[in-house]
Design a protein. Sequence first.
Length: 456
Amino acid sequence: MAYQSTNPYDGKVLQTFEQISDAQLEEKLTQAASCFESDWRHKSFAERAAVLARAATLLRERSQAFAELITLEMGKLIAQSLGEVALSAAILDYYAENAERFLAPEKLSTPRGEALVESSPIGVLFGVEPWNYPYYQIARFAAPNLMAGNVVMVKHASSVPQCAQAFERLMIDAGAPAGAYTNLFISKEQVAQVIDDARIRAVALTGSEAAGAVVAARAGQNLKKTTMELGGSDAFIVLDDADLDKAVKSAVSGRMGNSGQACTASKRIIVVDSMADRFLEKFQAALENFQPGDPMDKQTTLAPLSSADALKNLLGQVEGAVAGGARVLTGGGRIAGQAGAFMQPTILTDIDKGNPAYMQEFFGPVALFFRVADEDAAVALANDSPFGLGGSVFTQDIERGKRLARRIDTGMVFINSGASSSPELPFGGVKNSGYGRELSGAGIQEFVNKKLIRVS
Ligand code: NDP
């Protein structure tokens, strides 16, 4: 598991990083545990908030440099990288401002005496994080948990080591004591050792189902709580009374944002029959308009995938779908003449239940298009998935949209937009998309001890 920065636009290796030794890992665990016990857990909310707010300010002041690192390491369009930096700063500020309120002691009404529930930190937390939003993913893990008084250790994806280091540096520059936030360049074996370590009290992972299953099982053996933010195959439902242009525009950004590499991307486009032809014509035209190029160039509209391997996997999935009977309406292959990991924006139709694609997540610019008879068929198809992360419903009748939203088995449903993330909105899923919530008031409650204090 070598930590290596490779620019997916041209395949150039930018920098490699050594994994740390077991002795270095031990030092870092000791430092984190001692920071928790002797320092961070005793700080006031105001003191912790000062560090997080300073980190948010620094992120904004240095946003161009932070954004360029994302674009260099995983290929995101620079405008989207800047957006991610701004969102990460907003998350830090949000918890700096609201954590004390979220964790305020709660007085219970009880027939006799007095009862209070207080929230206290539980210790050192371990996060395993993915490359697709290299700062946002760690901000939404670190910010609430640091504000709760826990300290965090992060094993970031091996393809974004520069972003991983930059975030650790940011926290130190913002005044976090050594051990409050620790980046770990460690192997998979060391991930297991960290989970086993008695000083680690809980584990959070964002990534694939495969990684989630391994990490959750290990934590389970150790009786440690976990949260899991895994894959998704969000349904994007367009009903007969939808605003067609708005729906098409949202489907395009929902499927193409981050080059399609988002867990909540609009992966299954489900349109009722009466709208399907008109929708598909506009959707196809829009996807064919994307222009590949250097993601650092503001004019580029189509970024490469995060790595050559990601492209290979996606091409394999498209091949499997076609072998299973799907039709390629547009795209379907890599973009010729580009050195980088560029995938053509693709639409697959005629995907039957027996097709492997029917149940798969496509992590890239490949839309699975389904035509259905009506609203009920749309809901049935949306729910016929191992995943349950997000979803969208397009209708001009908001009450109808809400009724439909209640029937969709996911953690989030967006009416008249693609999925989005914001500090104040809970994020997470059900089924194979995982469990637990990040962000909002819910996100800060996952790893605290809700301690009852009873006075008789
Ligand atoms: P992974 O799940 O493999 O990577 C996510 C994180 O988990 C990385 O830090 C990775 O480390 C680590 N990891 C992976 N396997 C193990 C393991 N056995 N033990 C310990 N740590 C592990 O994601 P990929 O990059 O491989 O992406 C593949 C798929 O994951 C995508 O197609 C998508 O389905 C899903 N995904 C979902 C995301 C989401 O936001 N929910 C984000 C990214 C991916 P390392 O990088 O060193 O392997």
